[in-house]
Design a protein around this ligand. Sequence first.
Ligand SMILES: [Zn+2]
Length: 293
Amino acid sequence: MTAELLGPLRHPAHRFTLGDAEVTTILDGTIPMGIRPPFLLDKDDEQIAAIATAANLPTDRLENNFIPTLVNTGSELVLFDTGCGHFRRNNGAGFLLERLADAGYAPGDIDVVALTHVHPDHIGGILEDGEIAFPNAQLMIGRREFDEWNSGANIPPQRAENREMFLKLIAPLAERFVFLEDGDRVASGVTAEAAFGHSIGQMMFRIESSGKQVLVWGDIANHFVFSVGNPDSPVGFDDDKDTAIATRRRVLDMCATDGLLIAGHHMPYPSVGYVERNGDAYRWTPAAYQLRL
Ligand SMILES: [Zn+2]
């Protein structure tokens, strides 16, 4: 008897221990897309092919993945970003809610939902059937992020649809949100840090437990080779490109210098790893067994 071919297999939830806390990364979904745009806007086809080939990646397409992070601090359950929600459910993503159950949690267990920024793959899952998908959660967002998207004055034209989404999903919830400044406390051991540029008011979050840290860096880099390895290349997804590049440089340098563990929304699933210096750029190194010993 010949066994049936079953296709690729990947468990959508991944958990590790961080000090006295637990960190779970959940695959909201994946979408295939082209490389340029959005990445390597300053490179030609030949240069892109060389960069991709050197990393053993296809030269014409990439898999974008969306990976919210959930942290149990020991006293609160904090969800960072909400995935794509129903908007992309017929297109490979938006499965955070059902996969939360695979990870052992119910939506009502979540105490805090903290948003890095308001792009669709981060806010799309905040509502389910018109109701807040995490009914008991305190919602949090960077003050500047909320204010800029609410005003709209500095939001680039290619984000018009995204702004509509903000006005429909996030703006009406203003009274439910706590607005965060750089350095503000989110939960026990969890601090918000300014990471402006990719979205004008993007925030990232540092979690500390018993001397261990992880940085939930949102979209500091949107691809583990094309942006971590080419931090100065403008990215179509970055709303303020110059500020995004400066922030990417600053955060990559900090992560490499401090050996910081990172959970990145668009790093390769399970999206947990480190960056190391590679000449004038950086290299993504996925976490291995060091988190289990
Ligand atoms: Zn994103």
